[in-house]
Design a protein around this ligand. Structure first.
Ligand SMILES: Cc1ncc(C[n+]2csc(CCOP(=O)(O)OP(=O)(O)O)c2C)c(N)n1
Length: 359
């Protein structure tokens, strides 16, 4: 199905308000919404449910897009907002890790439990696969029912449901790519410093550029990398480096405040900011207008800089090596990636064991 046809189908059913967090399964749909409709970019799936609740209070029926990994972030408002107040709401949820299909390990548990979880939460479901056109009637019936009975319904989107379309976005070609920026930083980090890296392609690029035992790749739990690193630092006091993405920082922005409050001294938090969710198709993030390094400064990070060049990156990390203190390196990068980028070959449990006994 084409992205436009899917949105037209929702509009025919009087749904005109869209919010959510991206997934690569519906990258064409979000790209279409960004340019053609009212789409509100939410920081995380729980926040998207909050925005949807407000839209409901204004008398409309919203659609909330999310990856099934993000459904857990949405469960608190789903139960104590949408269900509690009986707000008719449509969820559009991707199905990564569908049983029987090959997918990355971080999706397997949420893929396996998706339908059961929705059943427990009394959500009506239509599963749409390769031929979603054949589900038109069921989707329309679902929306009619949620509106009439004030219920929550979900369209589950299997991988490959939307027709591939070319998506092009403007960007500053003078910036480094994320991979180039990572490569410069890695050259400055010594072998004994543990590295924590965020969900999506940043971890895959670090794996490609400099895999080592004391790298911890946070392949799932988007937005938790800096809190994992902070917990580790609190127990070990080791010089610690975090590679984060702007989307991931935004997803749990409260972590900046927690870290700033506790002031881990030898902690370098790097945000590779391409102003998008590059790993899931380059959808716009609010970091194009909201300055994350100023947020870190307000949260009491001691040394903060926003940089764009390899030389500035090198200087900042060299300075941190000499005088490690709570620091935030905000690197503006391009929204591009190597299409052939691989994934860690080891299982997550093997990577964990390796990290815990690196030498
Ligand atoms: C809770 C949750 N929501 C959504 C996703 C899907 N997802 C994986 S990576 C990613 C984009 C990450 O963006 P950012 O942190 O800015 O890094 P970038 O890929 O742009 O370098 C998203 C949305 C996820 N894994 N988990």
């Amino acid at each position: 199905m084409k992205a436009k046809d899917f949105i037209d189908l929702l509009k025919e059913n009087d749904i005109h308000d869209f919010t959510g967090v991206p997934c690569s399964v519906f990258k064409e749909v979000i790209a279409y919404l960004e340019t053609n409709e009212h789409y509100i970019i939410a920081g995380n799936e729980g926040e998207a449910m909050g925005i949807a609740g407000g839209i409901s209070l204004a008398g409309r029926v919203p659609a909330v897009f999310m990856q099934n990994d993000g459904l857990a972030n949405a469960l608190n408002p789903l139960s104590s907002l949408q269900k509690l107040y009986e707000f008719p709401t449509l969820l559009v949820i991707s199905w990564r890790g569908q049983p029987g299909k090959n997918d990355a390990p971080q999706h397997l548990w949420s893929g396996k439990t998706l339908l059961d979880l929705l059943k427990i939460f009394d959500v009506d479901v239509v599963v749409a696969g390769a031929d979603p056109d054949s589900r038109r009637v069921e989707i329309s019936d679902l929306i009619t029912r949620i509106r009439k009975e004030n219920r929550v319904g979900a369209i589950i989107c299997k991988k490959g449901i939307f027709k591939k379309e070319k998506i092009s976005r403007e960007q500053d070609e003078t910036l480094l790519s994320r991979e180039e920026a990572i490569s410069v930083i890695l050259e400055e980090i010594d072998d004994t410093t543990p590295i924590f890296s965020t969900t999506g392609k940043p971890s895959r690029e670090i794996y490609k550029l400099r895999d080592r035992n004391n790298n911890f790749y946070v392949v799932g739990s988007m937005g938790c990398t800096s809190s994992i690193a902070f917990g580790y630092y609190k127990k070990t006091g080791k010089k610690t480096v975090v590679f984060d993405g702007d989307g991931a920082v935004l997803m749990h922005m409260g972590t900046l405040a927690t870290i700033g409050y506790y002031q881990p001294e030898k902690f370098l938090h790097i945000c590779l900011d391409n102003e998008t969710y590059e790993s899931t198709g380059g959808q716009a993030a609010v970091s194009s207008l909201v300055n994350l390094s100023e947020a870190a400064r307000a949260c009491r990070y001691r040394s903060v800089a926003m940089v764009k060049s390899a030389a500035d990156i090198r200087d900042f990390v060299a300075q941190w090596n000499q005088q490690p203190r709570l620091s935030f390196l905000h690197v503006k990068v391009k929204n591009v990636t190597d299409p052939e980028l691989g994934r860690p070959e080891e299982t997550p449990v093997a990577l964990k064991k390796r990290f815990m006994n690196p030498f």
